[in-house]
Design a protein around this ligand. Structure first.
Ligand SMILES: [Cu+2]
Length: 158
C-alpha cells in the first residue's frame, strides 16, 4: 500500500479517497485496471479542455466575486470517450497567474490520479479507459464550480 488514504470533500456530498503524502500521481497498479494514463504520446482521438475564468478579481463582475469568490470552469466540462481508445486530453490553462489541477475520480469515489495544470501551459495526457461508465473530475482548488464528467462509451467494434 502506497501511503495512507485521505478523504477530500470535492463537491456537493462527494467524498473522494486519495493517497496521503502524494500531491500528484498517475493511476497506480490497481487504478490502471480502470484507466491507463501516460504523459505525452499520441492517441486515436483528441480533446482540448480549457480552463475558463468565469468571474475573477481582475475583470469582475465585482458583485459576483464578492458573493461567490473567484469562479472558474473547465470548458467543456462533459467529455465522451470510447473504452480502449487512447484519447489525448490536452488541458490549456488560460490563466497567467492561476494554478489549476485535474483530479479524476471513479464511480465509487476513488481518486485515480491528480496532476497539476500550471498557468499558461498546455498539459497533455493520453487516457485509455478500460471500463465504461461515468467518471468525475475536479480542480481541487476551485470547488464546487470547477468540475466535470467523462462518459466512457462502449469500445468501437471491429
Ligand atoms: Cu482550478
Amino acid at each position: 500500500m502506497e501511503g495512507g488514504l485521505f478523504l477530500l470533500v470535492v463537491g456537493a456530498g462527494v467524498v473522494a479517497v486519495g493517497r496521503a503524502g502524494e500531491t500528484t500521481y498517475l493511476p497506480g497498479a490497481g487504478a490502471s485496471e480502470v484507466v491507463t494514463v501516460t504523459r505525452g504520446g499520441t492517441g486515436a482521438a483528441g480533446i482540448t479542455v480549457l480552463t475558463e475564468a468565469v468571474a475573477i478579481k481582475e475583470t469582475g463582475p465585482k458583485e459576483t466575486v464578492d458573493r461567490f469568490g473567484e469562479v472558474y470552469a473547465f470548458a467543456p466540462n462533459f467529455l465522451a470517450v470510447r473504452r480502449d481508445e487512447p484519447t489525448v486530453i490536452s488541458f490549456r490553462n488560460l490563466q497567467p497567474d492561476d494554478e489549476h489541477d485535474f483530479m479524476l475520480v471513479d464511480a465509487e469515489g476513488n481518486v485515480l490520479m491528480r496532476v497539476m495544470l500550471p498557468p499558461l501551459q498546455e498539459t497533455s495526457y493520453v487516457f485509455t479507459f478500460h471500463r465504461e461508465g461515468l467518471f468525475r473530475f475536479y480542480c481541487t482548488m476551485h470547488q464546487p464550480d470547477m468540475s466535470g464528467q467523462i462518459l466512457v462509451l462502449a469500445a468501437k467494434r471491429g
